[in-house]
Design a protein around this ligand. Structure first.
Ligand SMILES: Cc1cc2nc3c(=O)[nH]c(=O)nc-3n(C[C@H](O)[C@H](O)[C@H](O)COP(=O)(O)O)c2cc1C
Length: 327
């Protein structure tokens, strides 16, 4: 198929390579990119959808939404107009997006900055310092999220944080109690191939004298994350209170999930562009009952899709990616 407006194969390669760096649940990378001329079709790869953690495909869509946003920013940063149509074919639910590169148009400074942050962003599961994240980060995320029909909420009120901690603890306990969760986690963790979360990205990242106020996903699958409670130490550890951001949508369907993923992609790049680390708090929204409790206890209008902790981290683990550029 023809490439118009002088779009080149190098342009398409640059965009695909950036899209592939998006975050995805358990690094499943549940996407496929089919290139035809100046258009990329993003398809769901159902054989990489998590059957226990993600039976509806919500997290698959969020992951692919982030990849779509990365592709969009990459296309803009190389000076191309870029049109994204989500779910362009009602008869084909696995066709998640059609991304078309167009005429030359100079990127905005923000688009350029965020695209430059794509190779810098990563999930940081270690401790963060006490330094506050910049206040205007939230404004930058809110504006883009609103364009995508996604709302954001900072979880800073003490009651809201308590409710979130309870939701995370209960979710992690019920996940750990189900053998299917452990089996799935084991399949996707400690891998040394080009998918999954490698052992050094999850193990031993916390010193013994520091704990997080919010339970973080325990990648051993035993809900044994160090926590504030239950430590018999004489000197209690210092408790980290990270900045917490929630993203949600008015609806709860594939279009909303993809949009949430796009807003998440933007939010993580805003953070990375100013040196702020992030880690998703997946168990807050993994299970239907966790999401329902969050809606009720935090008085949310709409559906929580994602919660993420942010702060200044220390170290960079490496995760790998599948090759996505056609030969
Ligand atoms: C929908 C979704 C849920 C995720 N849940 C968690 C989580 O609960 N805990 C965690 O540490 N990382 C979580 N992640 C981050 C992925 O594990 C991470 O993006 C992937 O391993 C690739 O690594 P990278 O982000 O460092 O590139 C999640 C990511 C997505 C998109």
């Amino acid at each position: 198929m023809r490439q118009r407006f002088g779009v080149t194969n190098d342009d398409m390669t640059a965009v695909l390579e950036c899209a592939a760096l998006a975050p995805s649940v358990h690094n499943t990378q549940p996407w496929r990119f089919d290139v035809a001329g100046d258009t990329i079709e993003v398809r769901a790869e159902r054989d990489r959808q998590l059957s226990y953690l993600d039976p509806t495909g919500r997290q698959l869509h969020v992951s692919c939404g982030a990849a779509i946003e990365f592709a969009f920013l990459a296309a803009r940063s190389i000076g191309r107009e870029c049109t994204v149509r989500l779910l362009p074919d009602g008869g084909d639910p696995d066709l998640l997006a059609r991304i078309q590169l167009g005429r030359a148009r100079v990127a905005t400074p923000t688009e350029r900055l965020l695209a430059e942050a794509i190779p810098l962003r990563y999930t940081d599961r270690g401790p963060y310092t006490d330094r506050a994240v910049p206040a205007d980060l939230v404004d930058d995320v809110r504006a883009r999220a609103a364009d995508l029909d996604v709302w954001i909420r900072t979880v800073d009120d003490a009651d809201d944080r308590r409710a979130l901690v309870t939701v995370l603890s209960v979710a992690e306990q019920s996940e750990a109690a189900d053998a299917r969760y452990g089996e799935e986690l084991a399949r996707w963790t400690g891998t040394d191939g080009d998918v999954g979360v490698p052992a050094d990205a999850v193990a031993g990242r916390w010193p013994s004298d520091r704990v997080s106020h919010v339970p973080l996903r325990d990648f051993t699958g035993h809900a044994s994350q160090p926590s504030v409670e239950g430590r018999g130490d004489a000197s209690p550890p210092s408790v980290e209170r990270d900045f917490l951001l929630m993203l949600g949508t008015p609806d709860d369907d594939p279009l909303a999930w993809l949009s949430a993923g796009r807003a998440l992609g933007w939010a993580l790049l805003c953070a990375a562009s100013v040196g702020v680390s992030a880690q998703p708090l997946g168990p807050a929204t993994d299970l239907p009952h966790a999401r329902a409790t969050l809606r009720h206890d935090l008085g949310l209008v709409g559906y929580p899709q994602f919660v993420v902790r942010m702060g200044y981290g220390t170290d960079r683990p490496r995760t790998r990616r599948r090759h996505v550029v056609p030969a």
